[in-house]
Design a protein around this ligand. Sequence first.
Ligand SMILES: Nc1ncnc2c1ncn2[C@@H]1O[C@H](COP(=O)(O)OP(=O)(O)O)[C@@H](O)[C@H]1O
Ligand SMILES: [Mg+2]
Length: 231
Amino acid sequence: MLRLDKVSAGYGRAQVLHDLSLEVTAGEIICLLGRNGAGKSTTMRAIMGHLPLMSGKIWLDDTELSALPPHNVPRAGVGYVPQGRRLFAELSVAQNLEIGLRARGNGPEVREDVLTLFPRLRERLGQKAQTLSGGEQQMLAMARALCLRPDVLLLDEPTEGLQPSMIAAIREVITGLRDTGVAVLLVEQRIDAVLDIANRVAFIENGKGGPIMSAEALRADRSAVERYVGV
Ligand SMILES: Nc1ncnc2c1ncn2[C@@H]1O[C@H](COP(=O)(O)OP(=O)(O)O)[C@@H](O)[C@H]1O
Ligand SMILES: [Mg+2]
């Protein structure tokens, strides 16, 4: 289980997150929902150790992630697909995957599993990342994170700007991972993209945690969506 315990963090002295607490359990998809600038991407960067914490702690089971140097966070089992993907554009598909595999010492069988999830990548192993379509790049970003065989997966707006068929393929992978016991923290802007795959929704506003609700409860009463996201 991933646990944020009263995390405060920001950029320089500009504090963005204020005492944010959140738990993501193995085998669940929890969606972090909030307006633009609410601190969703900052939350993910804080988990990855890309931002120093001002206070609070972040745990993965018994490991204190917030005490690790940033490069050891993926090694501890946290996969991260940043907003806007961030691939190594000049490197091939295969080389991008290799970086994911090496981070945790995983071998060819993990690579095989990942390529089975993303057959389009298997057909493009030698191609440079920058020449892939947007949807394929997103698949590669996810595939690289999955090469860690992560216990926790952080996905920052993974379907932003993609065609419906790609969105469907990515959602299917996400729910499949959840079903194998991965803890998924998902950021999406649109509630409708989320409600039918998320188990729970955690709201965030101005860097502070709001209510955490089951998707079921939200379907019955959307007033929190209006309050924290607007329409
Ligand atoms: N690199 C940065 N340096 C300074 N401020 C930043 C940086 N990135 C984001 N911020 C600020 O942090 C706040 C939260 O941003 P972000 O976490 O990206 O929001 P969200 O992902 O919810 O849209 C915003 O006010 C944003 O301007
Ligand atoms: Mg963001």
